[in-house]
Design a protein around this ligand. Structure first.
Ligand code: HEM
Length: 214
């Protein structure tokens, strides 16, 4: 299971890197550079780039959909089978609602990203103002990345290294981490409920300084 989760994570991150990296490069380097080119050679160049880039966009979207949906289904079944928050964890944390918004935004990003490298007359309006729609797509992608970080934080908690960055001495007994708590995700107290319970054991001084209890 661990190997599958790792594979899914690699797929998801690679998909994000290719798709969002390509959008970023197109908006801030390629488009301004092409603007200084003569119209005839610009159109030829754009057509060549379109043909070369299209397979990458298709692969990235496939990676994101396959890894994202599988990850979501696996996570749902873990939460249910382990009874996180007495079966109320998803509701307590609004995980499904945040995921729903992320998924809808991702579909919009996929539509624009495909339209920008497509040829169909239905998406010609996107290509007629590339700068604007590339900007909009990138903005949506940034929002998706923020929502994804939020989703992840709901069950992994704040970064464990933040205490030491603040100069607070955190011992293995006082802070939950994988080495100190190998069963972190195994029991009914996994997820946020588990975190709340463990952080109440952290000495007051460290807790206040790290904000782990907030
Ligand atoms: C433009 C599209 C997308 C972007 C930029 C994006 C970005 C991200 C990022 C940065 C993460 C965190 C990765 C990690 O820390 O391992 C993530 C996690 C995730 N993504 Fe996506 N994603 C996109 C599309 C999708 C789609 C289409 C789905 C589902 C169909 C999906 C489902 C998930 C799930 C379930 C997680 C794990 C969240 C958690 O830890 O609870 N993503 N995504």
């Amino acid at each position: 299971m661990d190997a599958l989760l790792l594979l899914l994570r690699w797929m998801h991150i690679l998909g994000v890197v290719v798709l969002v990296g390509g959008l970023c490069f197109s908006r801030f380097a390629l488009l301004p550079a092409l603007a200084d080119t003569e119209e005839d050679s610009r159109e030829k160049l754009q057509e060549r780039i379109r043909r070369k880039w299209l397979p990458w966009v298709i692969i990235a979207i496939t990676f994101l959909l396959v890894s994202g949906l599988t990850n979501f289904l696996l996570f749902n079944s873990t939460v249910k089978s382990q009874g996180w928050g007495d079966g109320e964890w998803m509701k307590q944390t609004s995980y499904h609602a945040i995921f729903g918004v992320k998924f809808l935004l991702a579909l919009v990003v996929f539509y624009f990203a495909s339209g920008l490298v497509g040829r169909g007359s239905g998406t010609a309006w996107i290509r007629s103002d590339r700068a604007r729609w590339l900007g909009v797509t990138l903005g949506l992608a940034v929002a998706i990345i923020m929502l994804s970080g939020w989703l992840r934080n709901l069950h992994t908690g704040p970064n464990q290294s933040s205490g030491s960055e603040l100069g607070v001495a955190l011992s293995a007994e006082s802070v939950p981490n994988d080495a100190a708590e190998p069963d972190r995700y195994q029991g009914p107290e996994a997820g946020s409920a588990f975190r709340e319970q463990v952080t109440t054991d952290v000495p007051d001084e460290s807790t206040e300084a790290t904000g782990l209890n907030k």
